[in-house]
Design a protein around this ligand. Sequence first.
Ligand SMILES: [Zn+2]
Length: 341
Amino acid sequence: MLKKLINECTVDMKLHTVDPILIKSGLATVSGPNMAFVETYRNGRREPYLPGSSLKGVIRSHAERIARTLKSPSACEPFFNEDVKEALKQESQRAQTLWCGEKLRIREKRLEQITNQVAYKDSCPACRLFGSTYYVGRFAVSDAYLIPGSHAYKQRRDGVGIDRYTGGASNRAKFDLEVLTDATFQCTIKIRNFEVWQLGWLAYVIQDFKDELIHVGSGKSRGLGRVRGEVQKVIVSYVVADGSALRHDGGRARLRGIGSLAREDGYGFAADDEVLLPEGFSFERPQGKLRSECLFDNGRDTELWLETADKWDAFIAGYDIPREMAHTKFLDLVQEANGDE
Ligand SMILES: [Zn+2]
């Protein structure tokens, strides 16, 4: 079923730099700055860009933070940082099994068959949307490239290494930083085969992008990396033969999640997985196109987010993480480590 596309939400968004941003390239150069942007050749010149993989990481961890704020614990922790790993080693090996991919791997070792249905149903909300080692996820974000006409000034700065434990200057490090200011990037987010609560979750993330609460790149503790998101347009589309399935008797458009459209059981999709859109929105099938789509542009994406956010609120309020993943000692360690950042 999930090999088939049923519905899709596409968000085109601009990201404007608020603070200078710094993206590590991971490449040490002998003469140049120790930390440099990821660059690519585009339109015949070298240009910095934000890799989709790192944007996805930023969005996932922000979404998890939102989930934990509303309901804790509610998402597993696949990405241990070094402090947590070290603490876990001393604490117990058991704690290392407390994330979705690892949990499923152990069940498979015990000869249980892990189908797509099981992998989805028995994963936390974050792994269902963003994926895990067992599940590819529904969420994708493109690389973000500079829009034409964006100034994107590069500057070099002296940086001082900050000791992670004391917060003071580290005696070792003094290095050059290369930062970018006055840049505007463009990226596209896609969620395929969504449940409506997943759009509602994205709604919170998008709002925080608009409110300049999200940082990209490294150097957050140096006051770098804040961006402002600006949604250009959102398109929600369906591959359905009969467009009347997307209209309510009363005439309003039905925004239907996969739980409302898919026939297959076993995924644990939300019941009542749909909302009605306000008057003025409808799903149309452009001539020659396979899909019926609804366009939210000129700031009207707000209406979509308002309608879907309630579904997320209800979902997360009713969600209970499997007991073995809610190891309190473990969560304390994670929170401690994240709080230091
Ligand atoms: Zn998970």
